[in-house]
Design a binder for this molecule. Structure first.
Ligand code: AN7
Length: 353
């Protein structure tokens, strides 16, 4: 419990000098059975994997701990990433834990406020780029070519993928076999790449009897893989996946094709509906990008997909607290107000039933 993924899965990770004390408790995230959405869709075995329970509130920590551990091994001086927010929060946290300087490039005006707060709190150097994520990533990749100056910790860093694949191991360890379907949001496409690598590795080790179908979900306004060409001005309420030219595009296609899965898109309305249902029917507060996986599943079942007898897992990639303004937008009215008076409060409560 809470040992961190380096300790738990060291035999499957490319770590030489075990830098295990770098863990800040990543991994071992809850797998929660659906109470409501599964029932309404007719799926008995629907689970949510709560990656928002990682130390910085997103799945990025699994990959970051390995990328930063490797950076320590090679003695690289500082960390660099471009980010829609969660990568920067995670890099900043593990950079702080490792005693390394962290520089993050973020698209100006398009990172959720909670993620920005995290980067500030962890003490990263934040450079706001007057452009989108894709512009920021291009610059980070160019800077990262000088490996004597920077360790690039975006998911083009293969150690990020190595760490993130451990979520697949956890699923199989807990379920006893692979799920039949894995629904996962897709932005830069590192995570779908990592899960598929993990599923294939565990299958080849005999830990599962089959591999899941990988169901990647993009936001409709930022769906380059679905459309088959880069999107120059991606737009979606799910700022985490507002990405027009994913770095791991080709490995996402391999995951889809080798697994017999699909990559599809959902509208912002579908994302917000799933986001609200997750909070109000399941008690799970996730960020909009994470709700995309659930929105994709709902869309597919409504389209006639018959997967009622299957085991389905939706990856809930990030915590809802990252993006409070979206949650606040669900309020139908401002909070009711009352004087600090027992009778008045009681009357107010009774008025609404
Ligand atoms: C909550 O932080 O790209 O397809 O720079 O934050 O592996 O990119 C975040 C992506 C899904 C998509 N859910 O994962 C970044 C960044 C959440 C995310 C994704 C992200 P990838």
């Amino acid at each position: 419990m809470g040992k961190g993924i380096i300790n738990k899965y060291s035999e499957y990770l490319p770590i030489n000098n075990k830098v295990s004390n770098l863990s800040i408790g990543e991994g071992d995230t809850p797998l929660v059975k659906s109470r409501s959405i599964g029932r309404t869709l007719g799926i008995d075995s629907l689970y949510f994997k709560l990656e928002g329970c990682n130390p910085t509130g997103s799945f990025k920590d699994r990959g970051m701990v390995i990328a930063v551990a490797k950076s320590l091994e090679t003695g690289n001086p500082r960390l660099l990433c471009a980010s829609t927010g969660n990568t920067s929060a995670s890099a900043a946290a593990y950079g702080a834990a490792a005693g390394l300087e962290t520089i993050v490039l973020v698209p100006k005006g398009n990172i959720a406020i909670g993620k920005m707060s995290q980067a500030i709190a962890y003490g990263a150097r934040i450079i706001s780029i007057n452009g989108n994520f894709d512009d920021s990533l291009n610059i980070a990749i160019k800077l990262g070519e000088d490996q004597s100056r920077f360790t690039l910790v975006n998911s083009v860093n293969p150690y990020r993928i190595e760490g993130q694949k451990t979520a697949s191991f956890e699923l199989i360890d807990e379920l006893g076999d692979a799920p039949n379907y894995l629904y996962i949001p897709v932005g830069n496409a590192g995570n779908i790449t990592a899960y598929w690598k993990g599923f294939k590795e565990y299958f080849n080790l005999g830990k599962s009897t089959f591999t899941p179908k990988m169901m990647g979900i993009q936001a409709a306004g930022a769906a380059p893989i679905v459309q088959g060409s880069p999107v120059s001005n991606p737009e979606t309420i799910a700022s985490a996946i507002r990405i027009g030219n994913p770095a791991s595009w080709s490995t996402a296609l391999s995951a889809r094709d080798e697994s017999g899965g699909e990559i599809d898109a959902v509208s912002d309305d579908e994302i917000l509906n799933a986001y609200k249902r997750m909070a109000r029917e399941e008690g799970i507060f996730c960020e909009p990008a994470s709700a995309a996986s659930v929105a994709g599943l709902i869309k597919h079942v409504h389209k006639g997909f018959n997967i009622s007898s299957k085991t389905v897992v939706c990856i809930i990639t990030g915590n809802g607290l990252k993006d409070p303004p979206i949650a606040n937008s669900l309020a139908e009215s401002p909070p009711e107000e009352a004087a600090p008076d027992l009778i008045k409060v009681m009357k107010l409560i009774d008025k609404r039933g």
